[in-house]
Design a protein around this ligand. Structure first.
Ligand code: UDP
Length: 240
Protein backbone atom coordinates (compact mmCIF):
# COMPACT_ATOMS: atom_id res chain seq x y z
CA UNK A 1 0.00 0.00 0.00
CA UNK A 2 1.55 3.29 -1.09
CA UNK A 3 0.55 6.46 0.75
CA UNK A 4 -0.51 9.24 -1.60
CA UNK A 5 -1.45 12.90 -1.27
CA UNK A 6 -3.50 14.47 1.46
CA UNK A 7 -7.09 14.62 0.21
CA UNK A 8 -8.89 16.01 3.23
CA UNK A 9 -7.86 17.61 6.50
CA UNK A 10 -10.49 17.57 9.23
CA UNK A 11 -10.27 18.92 12.77
CA UNK A 12 -8.58 15.82 14.23
CA UNK A 13 -7.86 13.50 11.28
CA UNK A 14 -6.21 13.80 7.90
CA UNK A 15 -7.23 11.53 5.02
CA UNK A 16 -4.62 10.41 2.48
CA UNK A 17 -5.10 8.75 -0.88
CA UNK A 18 -3.43 5.42 -1.61
CA UNK A 19 -2.46 3.64 -4.84
CA UNK A 20 -5.87 1.94 -4.65
CA UNK A 21 -8.56 4.48 -5.65
CA UNK A 22 -11.03 2.76 -3.33
CA UNK A 23 -8.90 2.77 -0.19
CA UNK A 24 -7.80 5.75 1.89
CA UNK A 25 -5.62 6.21 4.96
CA UNK A 26 -7.06 7.87 8.05
CA UNK A 27 -4.34 9.58 10.03
CA UNK A 28 -5.26 10.46 13.62
CA UNK A 29 -3.52 13.66 14.68
CA UNK A 30 -2.99 14.92 18.24
CA UNK A 31 -5.30 17.88 17.56
CA UNK A 32 -8.49 18.35 19.51
CA UNK A 33 -11.20 20.88 18.80
CA UNK A 34 -14.54 21.86 20.29
CA UNK A 35 -17.31 24.38 19.70
CA UNK A 36 -17.00 24.30 15.90
CA UNK A 37 -13.25 24.82 16.03
CA UNK A 38 -13.40 27.82 18.41
CA UNK A 39 -11.37 25.89 21.01
CA UNK A 40 -8.25 24.12 19.76
CA UNK A 41 -5.33 22.28 21.34
CA UNK A 42 -2.83 19.48 20.84
CA UNK A 43 -2.87 16.58 23.29
CA UNK A 44 0.07 14.23 23.45
CA UNK A 45 -0.76 10.61 22.47
CA UNK A 46 -4.27 11.51 21.34
CA UNK A 47 -3.69 10.32 17.78
CA UNK A 48 -2.40 6.88 18.65
CA UNK A 49 -4.97 6.43 21.43
CA UNK A 50 -7.89 7.22 19.12
CA UNK A 51 -6.47 5.14 16.26
CA UNK A 52 -6.38 2.08 18.51
CA UNK A 53 -9.67 2.86 20.22
CA UNK A 54 -11.45 3.18 16.88
CA UNK A 55 -9.87 0.02 15.45
CA UNK A 56 -10.98 -1.99 18.47
CA UNK A 57 -14.57 -0.72 18.27
CA UNK A 58 -14.82 -1.20 14.49
CA UNK A 59 -13.40 -4.73 14.75
CA UNK A 60 -15.81 -5.55 17.58
CA UNK A 61 -18.75 -4.30 15.51
CA UNK A 62 -17.58 -6.23 12.42
CA UNK A 63 -17.34 -9.43 14.48
CA UNK A 64 -20.95 -8.86 15.51
CA UNK A 65 -22.03 -8.43 11.89
CA UNK A 66 -22.10 -4.63 11.55
CA UNK A 67 -20.44 -3.66 8.26
CA UNK A 68 -17.96 -0.80 8.53
CA UNK A 69 -15.43 0.94 6.29
CA UNK A 70 -12.55 -0.19 8.55
CA UNK A 71 -9.94 -2.57 7.13
CA UNK A 72 -6.81 -2.55 9.30
CA UNK A 73 -4.40 -0.59 11.44
CA UNK A 74 -1.31 0.41 9.45
CA UNK A 75 0.82 2.00 12.17
CA UNK A 76 0.51 3.94 15.44
CA UNK A 77 -1.53 6.76 13.98
CA UNK A 78 -2.97 5.40 10.77
CA UNK A 79 -5.63 2.97 9.63
CA UNK A 80 -6.67 1.80 6.18
CA UNK A 81 -10.35 2.20 5.36
CA UNK A 82 -12.56 1.88 2.29
CA UNK A 83 -13.10 5.15 0.51
CA UNK A 84 -16.68 6.25 1.12
CA UNK A 85 -19.37 8.55 -0.17
CA UNK A 86 -20.91 9.71 3.10
CA UNK A 87 -24.51 10.62 3.77
CA UNK A 88 -24.87 14.22 4.90
CA UNK A 89 -26.42 13.35 8.24
CA UNK A 90 -25.06 12.41 11.64
CA UNK A 91 -26.96 9.92 13.79
CA UNK A 92 -26.84 10.56 17.51
CA UNK A 93 -27.94 7.92 20.01
CA UNK A 94 -28.65 8.82 23.60
CA UNK A 95 -28.97 6.40 26.50
CA UNK A 96 -28.66 9.11 29.15
CA UNK A 97 -29.60 12.76 28.72
CA UNK A 98 -26.61 15.13 28.36
CA UNK A 99 -25.12 17.86 26.19
CA UNK A 100 -27.35 19.55 23.63
CA UNK A 101 -30.42 17.51 24.59
CA UNK A 102 -30.18 18.70 28.19
CA UNK A 103 -29.82 22.31 27.05
CA UNK A 104 -32.55 22.12 24.43
CA UNK A 105 -35.16 20.49 26.63
CA UNK A 106 -34.08 21.69 30.08
CA UNK A 107 -33.60 18.14 31.31
CA UNK A 108 -30.88 17.55 33.87
CA UNK A 109 -27.69 15.91 32.63
CA UNK A 110 -27.59 12.33 33.86
CA UNK A 111 -31.31 11.65 33.50
CA UNK A 112 -31.57 8.03 32.34
CA UNK A 113 -33.80 7.41 29.34
CA UNK A 114 -36.21 4.47 29.45
CA UNK A 115 -35.10 3.56 25.90
CA UNK A 116 -32.50 4.98 23.50
CA UNK A 117 -33.38 8.22 21.70
CA UNK A 118 -32.22 8.70 18.10
CA UNK A 119 -31.55 12.14 16.66
CA UNK A 120 -30.34 13.26 13.25
CA UNK A 121 -28.21 16.30 12.51
CA UNK A 122 -27.54 17.84 9.10
CA UNK A 123 -23.77 17.91 8.49
CA UNK A 124 -23.15 21.57 7.75
CA UNK A 125 -20.47 23.52 9.62
CA UNK A 126 -21.80 26.95 8.58
CA UNK A 127 -25.19 26.09 10.03
CA UNK A 128 -23.59 24.38 13.08
CA UNK A 129 -25.08 20.97 12.24
CA UNK A 130 -28.77 21.67 12.91
CA UNK A 131 -31.03 18.93 14.20
CA UNK A 132 -33.40 17.54 11.57
CA UNK A 133 -35.99 14.78 11.44
CA UNK A 134 -36.45 11.89 9.01
CA UNK A 135 -38.85 13.94 6.87
CA UNK A 136 -36.19 16.64 6.32
CA UNK A 137 -33.68 13.97 5.34
CA UNK A 138 -36.02 12.22 2.91
CA UNK A 139 -37.79 15.22 1.38
CA UNK A 140 -34.60 17.27 0.98
CA UNK A 141 -32.93 14.26 -0.64
CA UNK A 142 -30.05 13.68 1.80
CA UNK A 143 -31.00 10.01 2.08
CA UNK A 144 -33.78 7.76 0.83
CA UNK A 145 -36.57 6.55 3.06
CA UNK A 146 -34.96 3.08 3.01
CA UNK A 147 -31.60 4.49 4.06
CA UNK A 148 -33.14 6.42 6.94
CA UNK A 149 -34.72 3.16 8.05
CA UNK A 150 -31.43 1.29 7.61
CA UNK A 151 -29.49 3.89 9.61
CA UNK A 152 -31.92 3.49 12.43
CA UNK A 153 -31.72 -0.31 12.41
CA UNK A 154 -27.91 -0.27 12.23
CA UNK A 155 -27.65 2.35 14.92
CA UNK A 156 -29.86 0.28 17.19
CA UNK A 157 -27.65 -2.76 16.58
CA UNK A 158 -24.53 -0.76 17.37
CA UNK A 159 -26.11 0.36 20.63
CA UNK A 160 -27.02 -3.22 21.54
CA UNK A 161 -23.35 -4.18 21.11
CA UNK A 162 -21.56 -1.17 22.56
CA UNK A 163 -23.77 -0.36 25.55
CA UNK A 164 -23.06 -3.72 27.23
CA UNK A 165 -19.39 -3.60 26.19
CA UNK A 166 -18.91 -0.36 28.14
CA UNK A 167 -21.31 -1.42 30.87
CA UNK A 168 -19.19 -4.50 31.62
CA UNK A 169 -16.18 -2.21 31.93
CA UNK A 170 -17.91 -0.04 34.54
CA UNK A 171 -18.64 2.74 32.07
CA UNK A 172 -21.95 4.30 31.02
CA UNK A 173 -22.20 4.87 27.27
CA UNK A 174 -24.18 8.09 27.57
CA UNK A 175 -24.43 9.19 23.93
CA UNK A 176 -22.48 9.09 20.67
CA UNK A 177 -22.52 10.06 17.03
CA UNK A 178 -22.39 7.70 14.04
CA UNK A 179 -21.96 8.44 10.35
CA UNK A 180 -22.88 6.18 7.45
CA UNK A 181 -22.03 5.99 3.76
CA UNK A 182 -21.37 3.65 0.85
CA UNK A 183 -18.04 2.40 -0.42
CA UNK A 184 -16.96 4.11 -3.65
CA UNK A 185 -16.39 0.68 -5.23
CA UNK A 186 -19.89 -0.46 -4.22
CA UNK A 187 -22.09 2.63 -4.70
CA UNK A 188 -25.33 0.64 -4.71
CA UNK A 189 -24.26 -1.76 -1.98
CA UNK A 190 -24.79 -1.90 1.75
CA UNK A 191 -24.67 1.14 3.99
CA UNK A 192 -21.43 1.01 5.95
CA UNK A 193 -20.54 2.63 9.24
CA UNK A 194 -17.85 5.22 8.48
CA UNK A 195 -15.82 7.93 10.21
CA UNK A 196 -14.70 6.91 13.72
CA UNK A 197 -15.84 5.80 17.13
CA UNK A 198 -13.56 7.31 19.77
CA UNK A 199 -13.98 9.32 23.00
CA UNK A 200 -14.00 12.41 20.76
CA UNK A 201 -17.48 11.53 19.53
CA UNK A 202 -19.17 9.94 22.50
CA UNK A 203 -19.80 10.50 26.18
CA UNK A 204 -18.43 7.94 28.63
CA UNK A 205 -19.03 8.22 32.36
CA UNK A 206 -17.37 6.09 35.03
CA UNK A 207 -20.28 4.27 36.67
CA UNK A 208 -18.74 4.42 40.14
CA UNK A 209 -17.30 7.92 40.31
CA UNK A 210 -19.33 9.67 37.60
CA UNK A 211 -16.02 10.95 36.19
CA UNK A 212 -16.14 11.94 32.51
CA UNK A 213 -13.85 9.88 30.24
CA UNK A 214 -14.50 11.66 26.91
CA UNK A 215 -14.11 14.96 25.07
CA UNK A 216 -16.19 16.82 27.65
CA UNK A 217 -12.96 16.81 29.70
CA UNK A 218 -11.55 19.10 27.02
CA UNK A 219 -14.74 21.08 26.36
CA UNK A 220 -15.19 21.77 30.06
CA UNK A 221 -11.49 22.14 31.03
CA UNK A 222 -11.51 19.17 33.39
CA UNK A 223 -7.89 18.21 32.62
CA UNK A 224 -6.12 14.87 32.08
CA UNK A 225 -8.08 14.35 28.87
CA UNK A 226 -5.97 11.59 27.32
CA UNK A 227 -5.36 9.79 30.64
CA UNK A 228 -9.11 9.27 30.82
CA UNK A 229 -9.41 8.26 27.14
CA UNK A 230 -6.73 5.66 27.81
CA UNK A 231 -8.33 4.44 31.02
CA UNK A 232 -11.63 3.89 29.16
CA UNK A 233 -9.73 2.15 26.36
CA UNK A 234 -7.87 -0.12 28.78
CA UNK A 235 -11.05 -1.12 30.58
CA UNK A 236 -12.87 -2.25 27.44
CA UNK A 237 -9.80 -4.18 26.29
CA UNK A 238 -8.18 -1.93 23.67
CA UNK A 239 -4.53 -3.00 23.32
CA UNK A 240 -2.58 0.22 23.98
N1 UDP B 1 -21.08 14.62 18.57
C1 UDP B 1 -20.03 14.50 17.68
N2 UDP B 1 -19.92 15.40 16.66
C2 UDP B 1 -20.79 16.40 16.47
C3 UDP B 1 -21.87 16.54 17.38
C4 UDP B 1 -21.98 15.64 18.41
O1 UDP B 1 -19.22 13.59 17.81
O2 UDP B 1 -20.63 17.18 15.50
C5 UDP B 1 -21.23 13.66 19.68
C6 UDP B 1 -20.89 14.29 21.03
O3 UDP B 1 -19.54 14.08 21.37
C7 UDP B 1 -21.81 13.55 21.97
C8 UDP B 1 -23.02 13.19 21.11
O4 UDP B 1 -22.58 13.27 19.74
O5 UDP B 1 -21.21 12.34 22.40
C9 UDP B 1 -24.19 14.11 21.33
O6 UDP B 1 -23.75 15.44 21.19
P1 UDP B 1 -24.70 16.64 21.59
O7 UDP B 1 -25.83 16.73 20.61
O8 UDP B 1 -25.08 16.55 23.02
O9 UDP B 1 -23.83 17.93 21.32
P2 UDP B 1 -22.66 18.58 22.19
O10 UDP B 1 -23.32 19.19 23.38
O11 UDP B 1 -21.71 17.50 22.50
O12 UDP B 1 -22.11 19.56 21.23
Amino acid sequence: MIKGNEIYRGKAKTVYATDDPNRVIMHYRDDVSAFDGAKLAKLEKKGETNNRFNAFIMETLEKEGVKTHFEKILNERESLVRSMKMLKVECVVRNICAGSMSKRLGIEEGTRLSEPIFEYFYKNDELHDPMVNDDHIRVLGWASEDDVQRMRIKTRRVNNILKPLFDNAGIDLVDYKLEFGRATDDPNGALLLGDEFTPDGCRLWDKKTGEKMDKDRFRRDLGNVIDFYREAAKRIGVPL
